[in-house]
Design a protein around this ligand. Structure first.
Ligand SMILES: NC(=O)c1ccc[n+]([C@@H]2O[C@H](COP(=O)([O-])OP(=O)(O)OC[C@H]3O[C@@H](n4cnc5c(N)ncnc54)[C@H](O)[C@@H]3O)[C@@H](O)[C@H]2O)c1
Length: 333
């Protein structure tokens, strides 16, 4: 299968390496609007500079392909998606589906009108950690999930579009955690409230810290606290999670999964207290393919065998709606 890869920045290069390592997918063309970035990428990867086009339209006019992989900044996603879908080419887009709610909805509508597949790369779902959490929850040994507490603290100095965009923590990063909430709970949010702020030392223009409360349609309550300008004691990129369940607790801390089951209630110093079994560390599941490698293979199977991927835009729009509902809660209370 031949694809056109759009955007050769940090993540585009990661996708290029993923494509080069694949036996199923080849890059028929690359697209990059910044000529200096294109030249540097051609030099670093030993590519023929003629393979890199200045726009998707120019690439589409020059070569035949079976799909488009969009790794441009969010503001460019709608134009790339429209050009690809109107040309009949399926799209695998980096998250977020688009930079605004309106653009995201327009892409879903364009995919419906054209009948062409559009899927979103939510790679955090396809890690051994996320798959292990999902397996424990599905196994049912802890009973129903009542509430979830999520903590995310990191301090990356990326430079580039993230430092200028509004609400970078929520729109660029927490979108992964919100998508994981939907994946783990198999539910969608129905009500969100929250506050955002930007600490005095923040190097972002937009608010880089936030607290969010979300109620899901199966009754589960989630609280999310995060900062993208933390100065120490970072969590992992996956965040730390505590699932409060009917029969115990599932913890994810620094990418280690632990379960503790309740065994009964007993008298402790005159107080009737919950009794717990010792905490048990859950070994992570093994996966043949992870993250972008998984997604590229899933895209390949969707295009060549008509298999429905896990994150088509029609489903991913719920993650995007949550992101922009949270932003609206910050703005309007
Ligand atoms: N899934 C993840 O874990 C993950 C991680 C990092 C980035 N991302 C996503 O990947 C996308 C790109 O992020 P990045 O960090 O690589 O950004 P970046 O700024 O490093 O690179 C983006 C590149 O796209 C180019 N570009 C802009 N408009 C274009 C257009 N219309 N056609 C072709 N090229 C265009 C820019 O010149 C730049 O070189 C974003 O949507 C981001 O959210 C996802």
């Amino acid at each position: 299968m031949k694809v056109i890869l759009c955007g050769l920045g940090g993540m585009g290069r990661h996708w290029l390496r993923t494509i080069q390592a694949s036996s199923d997918v080849q890059a028929a063309a690359l697209v990059e609007v910044d000529a200096a970035v294109a030249r540097q990428c051609a030099a670093d990867f030993g590519l023929d500079a003629g393979l890199i086009y200045p726009s998707l339209e120019a690439a589409l006019a020059a070569i035949q392909a079976d799909g488009v992989i969009d790794v441009t900044p969010p503001a460019a996603h709608k134009a790339i998606s429209f050009a690809a879908l109107e040309a009949g080419l399926p799209v695998l887009s980096e998250k977020p589906l688009a930079g605004t709610r309106e653009d995201a909805r327009a892409i879903v509508e364009k995919s419906r009108q054209t009948g062409v597949l559009h899927m979103v790369a939510q790679n955090y779902r396809y890690s051994p950690l996320a798959q292990t959490v999902k397996q424990v929850l599905e196994g049912g040994e802890l009973g129903a999930v009542g509430a979830v507490a999520v903590r995310f603290f990191k301090g990356p100095h990326f430079g580039g579009f993230r430092e200028d965009m509004p609400y970078p923590l929520i729109i660029d990063m927490a979108i992964h955690h919100f998508d994981l909430m939907r994946f783990f709970l198999e539910a969608n949010p129905v009500r969100v409230t929250g506050h955002s702020w930007n600490p005095a030392w923040s190097w972002y223009k937009g608010d880089a810290s936030a607290a969010v409360l979300a109620a899901f349609d199966n009754g589960t309550q989630v609280n999310y606290t995060g900062s993208w300008c933390s100065q120490g004691q970072e969590t992992s990129w996956n965040a730390d999670w505590r699932f409060e369940c009917a029969e115990g607790v599932l913890l994810v801390e620094q990418d280690t999964v632990t379960v503790q089951r309740m065994t009964g209630i007993a008298d402790r110093g005159g107080l009737r207290m919950v009794q717990n079994a010792p905490p048990v560390t859950v070994p992570l599941v093994t996966m043949e393919r992870q993250a972008q490698v998984y997604l590229l293979h899933e895209f390949y199977e969707a295009v060549t065998q008509g298999r429905m991927p896990g994150t088509p835009c029609q489903d991913n729009i719920h993650t995007v709606e949550m992101v922009f509902d949270v932003v609206q809660a910050f703005q309007h209370g």
